[in-house]
Design a binder for this molecule. Structure first.
Ligand code: ADP
Ligand code: ZN
Length: 528
């Protein structure tokens, strides 16, 4: 490869034209590439589809030697290498799927200086053999893709990433570029610390995806609601539907298919051949809807996905952003739709309580969930909230549900007091704990069999909440859980008070609440 000329890299632009066939750089690509070509370290935060790959591929082509790309996405390496080879770039990979002969061929090409790019799984790079191999060749740049995998609080933590600080210790002269599409300011700092990139220049692209319309609706009969959405706004469109469990993936796909939607399931429990066939159909054919667990999609590059729907609450804002980010990569209008209900909060809190790992780990998970809940319950612009989470300030967007149909809020203080005092009385007077269903029956004064059985119609709070409907009361419970003013306990989702509940019961804290979802009537394109 030619050596970079001083004062910028004209070579980079030349490579962009000649090898990749693009006319100009996007966003900060040029600055990033110049910085790395000149030997600087970089930490790049750019949303999915922003064009991260060129940021290390071009320096690898411009600087002498081979660019080494660390990536956890072993399944995609073959595709990435094939795509580069098709452009005339000399690329190879080393991972556990190869036989010794294939590995040896790639290693020899590297040592002979015949590779522009070498993809490596992090667990390989840790081995002494791989390190000695790199010592014997010339490395032009280290690219650490999916750098958020080094964060222990993130949803994609890979222990092997922690070892990547060795890159700088062993090869201090080789520039490093770490890239990720998911990072809050906190994880951002964590990536820099753990990878030894404190001195690196940070490049933070805008995370806004203006063509995506964000909507979060109350969940009552989720598959019906989803079918409505598809029929009224996305008939014949390609889409991704995310569910938490394999069984709900299967059920939802079957339900949609029964109702005339071209829907297919995708989850890790299916055999590999069916999974690959379904993925291929989604990528190649028009208007296919994939119903999947979050296992689906890392690295999926289909530009014309018109909607991403979540039937279950994502565990974090990062996850939500990344999953919804698969919609509308072509820049055309797309919908990010999430159905969210009380059961989601109960279930996820339970999962956190039952999760492995220490207390600190559980607190991390809970903080992620709280941020996600706050996004669901906000009466402000969703986009403002979302971007603020990534440390970016913005104004109301005009293209989310709260902007299109401003959410009404109401003073839920009295309702909260009634509900919390019912939980308190049951615990205090009867030494009992119940789930939301029974508490709401008591508040509404319903003489159900279970209310009679437990003699709950004689409680002083019986019927004090008859002014609100069941949906409203479930909304109250959900929001109190989201605010940490109420907690769930045990396997049956029983409700208990928290320390903060006292502030509400004692009248020292007001509780503004979001009114139960007024439906967003029609998408913008049809209303004008
Ligand atoms: P990311 O890794 O950030 O998700 P990619 O590197 O896969 O994004 O790029 C997303 C898409 O944008 C790819 O199809 C890529 O070829 C295209 N792309 C990237 N940079 C440019 C550019 N400067 N001009 C035109 N297309 C680009
Ligand atoms: Zn908005």
């Amino acid at each position: 490869s030619p050596t970079p000329s001083p004062g910028g890299s004209p070579d980079a632009l030349e490579v962009l034209h000649r090898v990749f066939g693009y006319s100009s750089f996007r966003g900060e690509q040029q600055e990033i590439i110049d910085h790395v070509v000149a030997g600087g370290d970089a930490l790049v935060l750019m949303p999915t589809g922003g064009g991260k790959s060129l940021c290390y591929q071009i320096p690898a082509l411009v600087r002498p030697g081979t660019g080494v790309v660390v990536s956890p996405l072993i399944a995609l390496m073959q595709d990435q290498v094939d795509a580069l080879n098709a452009l005339g770039v000399r690329a190879g990979f080393l991972n556990s799927t190869q036989d010794p002969y294939e590995r040896q061929t790639v290693e020899q090409a590297f040592l002979a200086g015949e590779l522009d790019l070498l993809y490596l799984a992090p667990e390989r790079l840790r081995t002494e053999g791989a390190q000695r191999l790199l010592d014997r060749g010339t490395v032009s740049v280290f690219a650490i893709d999916e750098a958020h995998c080094v964060s222990q609080w993130g949803h994609d933590f890979r222990p092997d990433y922690l070892a990547l600080s060795l890159l700088h210790e062993r090869w201090p002269k080789v520039p490093r570029i770490a890239l990720t599409a998911t990072a809050t300011e906190a994880t951002h700092g964590e990536i820099a610390t753990r990878l030894g990139l404190e001195e690196a220049r940070h490049f933070v692209a805008s995370f806004d995806r203006p063509n995506i319309q964000y909507r979060i609706v109350g969940k009552n009969s989720p598959t019906r609601q989803l079918l409505d959405l598809i029929r009224t706004e996305h008939a014949g469109d390609a889409g991704v539907v995310y569910c938490l469990s394999r069984s709900s993936v299967e059920k939802t796909a079957a339900f949609l298919a029964e109702h005339g939607v071209d829907a297919i399931p995708y989850h890790a429990g299916m055999d590999a051949a069916t999974r690959a066939a379904n993925q291929a159909r989604f990528l190649r054919e028009d208007g296919v809807v994939v119903v999947a667990t979050i296992a689906f999609g890392m690295g999926i590059d289909k530009p014309d996905v018109r909607f991403v729907a979540h039937l279950d609450l994502p565990k974090s804002v990062e996850g939500y952003y990344q999953e919804t980010g698969r919609a509308g990569r072509d820049g055309e209008p797309a919908t990010a739709w999430l159905a969210y209900g009380l059961q989601d909060v109960v279930q996820q809190r339970k999962m956190i309580d039952g999760s492995e790992g220490d207390e600190q780990h559980r607190r991390g998970l809970a903080a992620h969930l709280d941020a996600m809940l706050a996004l669901c319950e906000t009466v402000e612009c969703r986009r403002v909230r979302l971007l603020a989470y990534f440390g970016q300030k913005s104004g109301p967007c005009g293209n989310c549900d709260t902007c299109l149909a401003p959410a009404e809020s109401w003073d839920g203080t009295v309702a909260a007091q009634k509900l919390l005092s019912t939980v308190w009385r049951l615990a205090r007077e009867r030494r009992q704990k119940f789930g939301a269903g029974q508490i709401i029956d008591i508040l509404q004064g319903k003489k159900t069999a279970k209310v009679i059985q437990f003699d709950h119609d004689t409680l002083s709070v019986f019927g004090i909440g008859a002014d609100l409907g069941t949906a409203e009361w479930r909304g109250v419970v959900r929001q109190l859980l989201a605010l940490g003013l109420l907690a769930v306990e045990g396997d049956y989702g029983t409700l208990v008070l928290t320390e903060a509940s006292g502030e509400v019961l004692g009248g020292r804290r007001e509780v503004p609440m979001r009114k139960e979802a007024a439906k967003v009537a029609a998408p913008r394109k049809e209303s004008g």
